[in-house]
Design a protein around this ligand. Sequence first.
Ligand SMILES: C[S@@+](CC[C@H](N)C(=O)[O-])C[C@H]1O[C@@H](n2cnc3c(N)ncnc32)[C@H](O)[C@@H]1O
Length: 196
Amino acid sequence: MPQDPPAYARIAQSLPPNLQALYVTSVAHRIAHGCGAYSFEDGPGLYALAARLQPRRVLELGTALGYTAGIFATAVPGCQVDTIEADALHVQLARAQLAALQLSRVHVHCGRFEAVLPTLEGGFDIAFFDGFAPSLAILERLQALLAVGGHLVCGNLGLVKPREAQPLRAWLENSAAWQACPALENGATVVARKRV
Ligand SMILES: C[S@@+](CC[C@H](N)C(=O)[O-])C[C@H]1O[C@@H](n2cnc3c(N)ncnc32)[C@H](O)[C@@H]1O
């Protein structure tokens, strides 16, 4: 008799089946590995945003098993995705998952964000932060790597330490630098367009 999918599988239900499967694999990995690689909880929203913006180049911080990198690459045929991950097991698994999806347009960089970002050429159309807690120093680097008119998508704001949260929010809400856009994950992920 067919059974209902588990609740976490339903979150990704409107995505193409291969991305739904990668979501389920990612959640199973996190539970088995006991790591902090929580999968992005609004994959359909991220897919719709990418499909609307049609980026040529996407930069992602926090690959885990490649679920959200796969979302960008699938939503926008032809776009190049650079994604950064420090955990060597995640890098190995992500490369295997993305190869199975035939998404060779995704380049998985192995290393810490701080070490890899200076090696990348700027001009990204989307910069997506989905590492653990975002820091102002990392977000400033992403701002510099974005093209004018590019979009910063910053998740995990709820993980920022209370004393750092206020300056970080103020920086994101500086309307001289950023044009606010509709958020994802009920406001937990901020989206902002770089003005200058
Ligand atoms: C929340 S998970 C990413 C989830 C992924 N985007 C998805 O939706 O499946 C965060 C990932 O960022 C990696 N990470 C955290 N801090 C990092 C750092 N400073 N440099 C590189 N990778 C980091 C972790 O190892 C983890 O795999």
